[in-house]
Design a protein around this ligand. Structure first.
Ligand SMILES: Nc1ncnc2c1ncn2[C@@H]1O[C@H](COP(=O)(O)OP(=O)(O)OP(=O)(O)O)[C@@H](O)[C@H]1O
Ligand SMILES: [Mg+2]
Length: 340
């Protein structure tokens, strides 16, 4: 008798994207995202508005994902959702919807950590991957180096002491008068600028720690010292120089971990992994060390439900289900090198 297929519906609602995906036997069959334009005019995410937008988007997004995958709800094997970290009001909408669906369909519920899922995004297109794998996770809220022994066995070995890389790029973009989120604008403008036009200070920290606040302050003082109109006139050069400094700093700390810990492969994940310069230089670094190098396609870099579905599929195989009393968490529970 052929083995029954495993169909996972995944829901992601940790910040300002309402997303649903369907994964059938390890392959993504639908990956739907509804963004929230409402935040753009405020230059950042407004939690109350995000929660309300999730509430109106979630049903159509889930319906669209099921329709695109050609599945009826009763054909699902399990419902996976993002447990945290993220905005509590946003997480509660996804968690409540997933619980309701799990009860109605009498299917198992799988709570997924958002950061674990950003790493799992790598497995969508690049598995089997030689392990241990070293993953650089660079997103809007986190900058971490993660040691991956197995799909579910991940250890945090380094992180930022202050701003995340994405946050630093977004704040730099704001100083330069660019729209929110500014990371993609810096990426685009940098292509016409000189990466060696200006230098900004970078932190030197022990182990595999990162810090971006000094670099950001250095840009602020640099801009303050210029004559009016300078930033507008030399925007591509400033963007290219700041971006280059962020990228080289990320690579420097990652390189230190590769030399010391000798992983069997390296990977890049999270929203900032959509950055063209980081992707290019990360691949060059992998080649330099002769290591298999994995970077997800663009649609799996920034927030999406396909990565939740992938992590959910792996959890389903381990029968790692949660009870209906499961609660979301705004911050990842901390522990000694723990990574969910
Ligand atoms: N091409 C790009 N170049 C640089 N940064 C980018 C690019 N595309 C997206 N980003 C950045 O990625 C970040 C968003 O990533 P992501 O959606 O993973 O973050 P988040 O979910 O808000 O944070 P976290 O995952 O830490 O909770 C933003 O800071 C955005 O500026
Ligand atoms: Mg994210």
């Amino acid at each position: 008798m052929p083995a029954e297929s495993v169909n996972i519906l995944a829901i992601e609602s940790s910040c300002d994207d309402t997303a649903a995906a369907v994964l059938c036997d390890g392959k993504i069959r639908a990956n739907i995202i509804a963004g929230q334009e409402v935040h753009r005019m405020y230059g950042g995410v407004i939690p109350e508005l995000a929660g309300r937008a999730h509430q109106s988007n979630i049903l159509p997004v889930v319906q669209q994902a099921l329709a695109q995958a050609g599945l009826a709800a009763n054909e699902l094997s399990a419902i996976a959702f993002t447990r945290g970290p993220g905005l509590m009001g946003s997480l509660l909408v996804g968690a409540g919807f997933a619980k309701g669906l799990a009860i109605a369909l009498n299917k198992p519920l799988i709570g997924i950590d958002h950061l674990h899922a950003h790493v799992s995004a790598v497995f969508i297109e690049h598995d089997p991957i030689p392990k241990p794998m070293l993953c650089l996770l660079v997103s809007g809220g986190h900058t971490q180096l993660i040691w991956v022994d197995e799909h579910h066995n991940m250890e945090l070995i380094g992180s930022t002491l202050d701003d995340a890389a994405g946050e630093a790029l977004d704040k730099a973009a704001k100083m330069l008068g660019l729209p929110y989120p500014g990371g993609p604008f810096i990426d685009r403008l940098s292509r016409e600028g000189r990466p060696d036009a200006h230098t900004f200070s970078t932190a030197r920290l022990p182990d595999y720690q990162f810090s971006f606040s000094g670099m950001k302050t250095s840009l602020l003082y640099f801009l303050k010292a210029q004559v009016p109109g300078f930033a507008e006139q030399y925007l591509p050069d400033i963007c290219a120089s700041f971006q280059e400094q962020v990228v080289q700093y990320l690579l420097k700390v990652t390189r230190k971990a590769i030399v010391n810990l000798k992983p069997a492969s390296i990977a890049l994940s999270g929203g900032v992994s959509a950055n063209s310069r980081l992707r290019e230089t990360f691949v060059e670094m992998g080649a330099e060390f002769g290591l298999p190098t994995c970077i997800p396609s663009f649609e799996y870099c920034t927030d999406n439900a396909a990565m939740i579905a992938m992590a959910g599929y792996l959890a389903y195989q381990r029968k790692d289900f949660c009870g209906l009393d499961v609660m979301p968490y705004a911050r990842q529970p901390s522990g000694d090198g723990a990574f969910l």
